[in-house]
Structure formats: structure tokens, C-alpha cells
Ligand binder design. Structure first.
Ligand SMILES: C[S@@+](CC[C@H](N)C(=O)[O-])C[C@H]1O[C@@H](n2cnc3c(N)ncnc32)[C@H](O)[C@@H]1O
Length: 433
């Protein structure tokens, strides 16, 4: 086993471990998380080899990179001593890279001048590297990572409190955030979900290449894009045909996939009420990832009539000799539906359609009311694996992730229970006062 240093971002701390665990599980890696510190950007782990480190981190969004661990210290001098004290210093670290082309990189305080960095690099002379320095395509990148303790909440420290040194093994997938940035996306709307957390959601949902991912409340297709990025074949549906059609041939979900060069991942989207689902029963859906309607910017509706009596006898209405409801331009009536029922339906559908071990992941907003417990929907065949909360000022939203354990699981269920407050929308727009 070898030591590796994981260097993570300091945002969405509640989601970082879930992402790391899910990716480790996806690649069958057993990682000891006992030293994981939820507040620290660093995590030292043992892995068998570089391949494991690469597999683990190449998809990660909340990590910056993983490095072969060479040492650490609170000053440069201490760091150098620590490097030379590593039991594998000569054999595995120093001699192996003696003739490789290389460069040094710094992850540190922006004010660290170039001249100062050169001075710092000079202090690593004892490593005895004889290969050429290559700034463009080096065989090895050695990285100095500095940790700073903030002076106060808003003022960062200027002197490092800890310095790490390592050989870069794999940079993460964070660059995808720029590629999928909503600002540059042709088709988006008020319900579009930001790139970073949609990619993180897809990682925690373990969306994988060659599988089918379904978003039943696709809207403008943010989660479909994230699923496609990780190689899944994606299908979406939405009750609102305007969402599905977009704003013309160049501004719709399919156009987004085209822009990203990932049209082959896009199976299709259809206008459909999730609760009257038309996807055939034996279609294997490996992952369900979505952001259900909460009545904030979109209504919760299902097919049907609020007042069925008004429509009695109208089934037979014909236009030009054709039954009205069979015509292409027929707009079916819709009626409001309770959020709790919709989520019950989503869990039930997932339990029937996902393979054993398949994941359902969805977002759920909640008001941060003191003394009111958030009740998470539960289904007897689904294990609630993660409940990752993103806090805003007066409300929060959480990513709930379930694993289908099958009919023998017998977990807790709260099907049919009234869990959510009715007036979330009003309170959201009144700033929860
Ligand atoms: C929060 S939005 C999802 C936004 C989406 N993630 C995006 O990227 O734009 C919820 C969506 O669910 C749709 N919806 C509401 N009721 C539905 C139903 N019964 N079946 C399918 N879609 C429904 C709404 O039209 C809305 O587009």
C-alpha cells in the first residue's frame, strides 16, 4: 500500500464525502475514511497503486487532485526533513524519477511571487532530479501545496501553516464545471440546475457509462446533461411540453447536447406525466436523477380534471370526424397534485424499475424552521444512503440518495404520510417571514 494525498475544494463540504465514497464504490476501492476530516481540504489515504488513485479521482468534482504523498511540515525545512525520513524515500521516490522530465507547481497564496517560488524550488535540490524541466508536457509534475489558516472569518492567512509535497497522479474533473456553465448553455430557464452540483449529484448517483439514466422531471435537462457527461444514455420527460420543445430547433435540450459534442448520449425526451408513465415496464433504468417540482417556479400537476363532473360525457366530442382527445393538438386537462404523493410515486416507481443496487437521487427543498423536523420520504425497499444538505439563509435543499435493495429489504416506510408543509412557495417568495 502507498500513501496518497487528496486535495479537495472547500465548498459543499456536506457533499464531499458522499461523492468520494460513491466514486470509490463505483470502482470497487475500499478506502479507510477514519482519518477523513470534514472541515479540512486534505485527506491522506492508502491505496494499492496509482491506477486506483486515478480511477477514484478522475470524475470527482469536489476534489482538486490526488498526489503521491512525499511529506509535510509546518515550514519548508520541516517538509524537507519529513520527505527524507519517508521509509521509501530513496527507492520509490527519489531514484524512480531521477531521469524523468518534470516541472514544479504551487498551490498556494496568490501573492507568492515568481522569484520566491524559484527560491523555494531550489530548496528541493537534494532530490537530485537530473531530467529536463519541461513546462508543457512533463512526465512528472511535483506539487507544493500550502495550507493557510484564516486570520478571521473574512481575512485569509498569508503565512502557510502546513506545507505538503507530492507527485501529481490525477487532477479531478472540475474543468467540466466550465464546460457546462449555465451562462454558456444555449437552452436554459429559471428551473435549470447549476453545473457544479448537478455533476456532483450524478457522481453520488453513480451514473455510469453505457447505462440508462432517466430524469422524470427533466425541465431544461440539467441532469440529463450531467448524466451524459459521465457516459450514460439519458432519457427525460416532463409534463410541460414547452419545456420539452424548448425555443426552437437551436434552443432545446438536444441542441445543448450538440453544443457539448455529446449527442450520442441523448436518447430522447418526451412530454409525459410521470404518474401516467409510458416507459415500458421491462426497460431497464439504471439510475433516476431529478429535481421534482416543488411548486416554487413550476406547478405540481398530473393528468386529470380538478372538477371531473364538468367533463362528463365530453369524451365523445369529435373534431373533423376524429375524437378530440386523439388529435395531435389536444391539450389534456391537468389537476393539482400533492407533493407528498408525487414523491411517494417516485420512490415506488424507483423500487420497481431500478436494478438491485441502482440509485435514485433527487433534490428536496425545505424551510429552515426551528423545531420542525424535516421528514424524508422512505420506502421499504429503498435504503436511504445520503441526505446531503445545502444551506441557504432561510431555507435549504437536500440531495436524497437511495439504493434499491429489493423486496427482501424491509426498511422503514412513511408512504402516504403528510410530510411537507403546503405553503412552501408562498413562504419562499415572502422570504420565509
Ligand atoms: C424543478 S423542475 C426541474 C428542472 C430541471 N431539473 C431543469 O434542469 O430545468 C420540475 C419540473 O417538473 C415538471 N413536472 C411537474 N409535474 C410533473 C409531472 N406530473 N410529470 C412530469 N413532470 C412534471 C415541471 O414542468 C418542471 O419542469
Amino acid at each position: 500500500m502507498k500513501k496518497y494525498l487528496l486535495y479537495m475544494v472547500q465548498v459543499h463540504l456536506n457533499f464531499r464525502r458522499a461523492e468520494l465514497e460513491s466514486l470509490a464504490d463505483l470502482y470497487n476501492l475500499s478506502i479507510d475514511f477514519s482519518q477523513y476530516n470534514a472541515d479540512s481540504p486534505f485527506f491522506i489515504v492508502e491505496l494499492e497503486n496509482d491506477k486506483q488513485a486515478k480511477d477514484w479521482i478522475k470524475r470527482s468534482i469536489l476534489t482538486r487532485g490526488i498526489y503521491e504523498y512525499w511529506g509535510q511540515g509546518s515550514t519548508l525545512d520541516e517538509l524537507h526533513k519529513d520527505i527524507q525520513l519517508q521509509s521509501n524515500f530513496e527507492q520509490d521516490l527519489q531514484l524512480k524519477f531521477k531521469h524523468s522530465t518534470f516541472k514544479f507547481e504551487f498551490e498556494c497564496y496568490k501573492g507568492n511571487s515568481k522569484a520566491n517560488r524559484v527560491k523555494q524550488i531550489e530548496t528541493f535540490r537534494y532530490l537530485g532530479f537530473e531530467g529536463k524541466i519541461d513546462m508543457k508536457h512533463p512526465q512528472e509534475v511535483f506539487t507544493v501545496i500550502e495550507e493557510y489558516t484564516p486570520i478571521s472569518e473574512n481575512v485569509g492567512g498569508k503565512t502557510p501553516t502546513r506545507i505538503f509535497f507530492g507527485r501529481q497522479i490525477q487532477m479531478s474533473n472540475r474543468s467540466a464545471m466550465e464546460k457546462y456553465d449555465l451562462k454558456k448553455r444555449p437552452y436554459k430557464g429559471t428551473t435549470s440546475f447549476e453545473a457544479e452540483l448537478s455533476l456532483v449529484s450524478a457522481n453520488i448517483a453513480q451514473v455510469k457509462p453505457g447505462t440508462i439514466m432517466y430524469d422524470p422531471f427533466a425541465g431544461t435537462g440539467s441532469f440529463l446533461v450531467a448524466g451524459g457527461h459521465f457516459g450514460s444514455l439519458v432519457i427525460g420527460s416532463d409534463i410541460d411540453g414547452r419545456m420539452i420543445r424548448g425555443k426552437g430547433a437551436q434552443v432545446n435540450i438536444s441542441a445543448n447536447f450538440k453544443k457539448y459534442g455529446e449527442s450520442s448520449q441523448f436518447l430522447d425526451v418526451l412530454t409525459m406525466d410521470f404518474t401516467n408513465n409510458a416507459l415500458r415496464n421491462n426497460l431497464v433504468i439504471d439510475t433516476i436523477l431529478c429535481d421534482p417540482p416543488y411548486g416554487i417556479r413550476e406547478s405540481i400537476k398530473v393528468l386529470g380534471a380538478k372538477d371531473p363532473e364538468r367533463f362528463l360525457g365530453k369524451e365523445d366530442v369529435e373534431i373533423d370526424g376524429e375524437k378530440a382527445y386523439l388529435r395531435r393538438d389536444y391539450i389534456p386537462t391537468k389537476k393539482p397534485y400533492a407533493l407528498d404523493s408525487l414523491l411517494d410515486d417516485l420512490l415506488q416507481y424507483s423500487s420497481k424499475r431500478l436494478p438491485i443496487g441502482g440509485r435514485l437521487a433527487f433534490w428536496m427543498p425545505t424551510a429552515n424552521d426551528a423545531n420542525i423536523e424535516t421528514i424524508v420520504p422512505m420506502h421499504e425497499n429503498l435504503e436511504l444512503k445520503y441526505n446531503c444538505v445545502q444551506e441557504f439563509n432561510k431555507w435549504s435543499r437536500r440531495l436524497l440518495v437511495y439504493i434499491n435493495r429489493g423486496s427482501t429489504f424491509n426498511g422503514p416506510s412513511n408512504h402516504g404520510m403528510k410530510r411537507s408543509k403546503d405553503n412552501f412557495r408562498d413562504r419562499y417568495f415572502n422570504n420565509f417571514n
